[in-house]
Design a protein around this ligand. Structure first.
Ligand code: SF4
Length: 253
């Protein structure tokens, strides 16, 4: 599923309500430094044809036009969400685009939140970190607690280090949202002690203000992936709920 526009929607998001999407990646292909087995955009190798990234100027123009259109229609939105066909922080103009988006949000729809869905691999870059600090909802992914386990579910590009990600996230001092996919595949099980115990140790270290735990609800590039029910995920994260962590769970009923 690829977004064919830079600004798309609004769509209904399970986690963010009525959401206007911004895709900072190519419109005809996916670009990511992960290649998650569950990615709704497919495998990276399926989208090599298009590597053109939208410029900050294009994003600003497209977003302003869309926000004006929504205002004239009387359509309200809950979130302006960076969630395109890949990792938004790979766009080299990401910090400038965030500045422009916050300006336009304040001008046209001040009650909407600005949210960024990111795999957290570039939080160690100072300009990316500063930009993420400015948005309402930096929603940052950790699915697996070790590099070896991340290789099975996220298939990161060479050089990934979970410890570097954790150290970068510590600089938020808890003021971010952690997002984590729960699933079972042929060689990865979010409910196994090696994954779950390690992930909970990271949660306790980072103390995010909120955690979003979710499971697959669209076709996945790797086949035979098992989704988790809400009840199962509630049971798995119960120790964290009992410790007072705020956890939003989305899954099969
Ligand atoms: S980080 Fe997101 S965009 Fe990148 S491969 Fe994983 S699910 Fe897809």
């Amino acid at each position: 599923m690829l977004r064919e526009e830079t600004v798309f929607g609004p769509i209904h998001s399970r986690r963010l309500g009525r959401s206007l999407g911004i895709n900072l990646l190519p419109t005809k292909g996916k670009l990511c430094n992960f290649d998650c087995i569950y990615c709704e955009c497919g495998w990276n190798c399926d989208g090599r044809g298009d590597t053109v990234l939208p410029t900050a100027a294009k994003v600003r123009t497209d977003l302003e036009n869309k926000l004006m259109e929504l205002m004239l229609e009387g359509t309200q939105i809950d979130s302006i969400t960076f969630s395109g066909d890949g990792e938004p922080t790979l766009n080299p103009e990401f910090p400038r685009i965030i500045e422009d988006t916050l300006f336009l949000r304040d001008a046209y729809c001040p009650s909407a939140k600005v949210s960024v869905l990111s795999n957290a691999t570039r939080v160690h870059v100072p300009a990316v970190f500063e930009a993420l600090r400015k948005v309402d909802n930096p929603i940052l992914k950790i699915d697996a607690p070790t590099d070896e386990l991340a290789a099975r579910i996220n298939q990161p590009a060479p050089g990934y280090s979970i410890e570097r990600v954790i150290e970068a996230l510590e600089r938020f001092e808890g003021d971010f949202i952690l997002q984590t996919m729960f699933l079972r595949s042929k060689d990865f099980d979010s409910a196994s002690p090696e994954v779950l115990d390690g992930w909970m140790a990271i949660v306790r270290r980072l103390k995010p203000r909120k955690i979003m735990v979710y499971t697959i609800d669209r076709p996945t590039p790797e086949k035979e992936i098992e989704a988790f029910s809400v009840a199962r995920m509630e049971q798995l994260v119960k120790p964290l709920l009992d410790e007072g962590f705020q956890i939003d769970i989305k899954g099969k009923e």
